[in-house]
Design a protein around this ligand. Sequence first.
Ligand SMILES: [Cu+2]
Length: 141
Amino acid sequence: MPRIALAPRLVLAALTLLALPTLAAEKAPADVHLYMGWPNNGEVVRSPFKVWFGLRGMGVAPKDVRAPDTGHHHLLIDTPLPPADEPIPSDRNHLHFGNGETETMVELPPGKHTLQLMLGDYDHKPFDPPVVSKKITVTVK
Ligand SMILES: [Cu+2]
């Protein structure tokens, strides 16, 4: 009998876990503009090179800071945009700047690479609508 009594709790826990990825995304203001300050599209660079993140209309704060119109930068390297309704992955193609950084040094092998910025909320989730920069291509010498 104790097993049966536990079952509703387990079902509730499972439902809670299922519901987590679908929590509503933070709303982004209409006039936000995320852009690559450097490098420019088509730039030829030597590795490592500086990447500068440009943002107007929203603020930057460290991860875990939940404030209106505020998030932290993510640099997407050689990858398409991740799903808009779940936390941005964390791997070598999806770099998180959870201390509120607005620039970084990137080291990449020679060849063509794509770079794109995506702003994430305190919980690393994309905003609604997603705040992304144009995707640029650079060539590493
Ligand atoms: Cu993040």
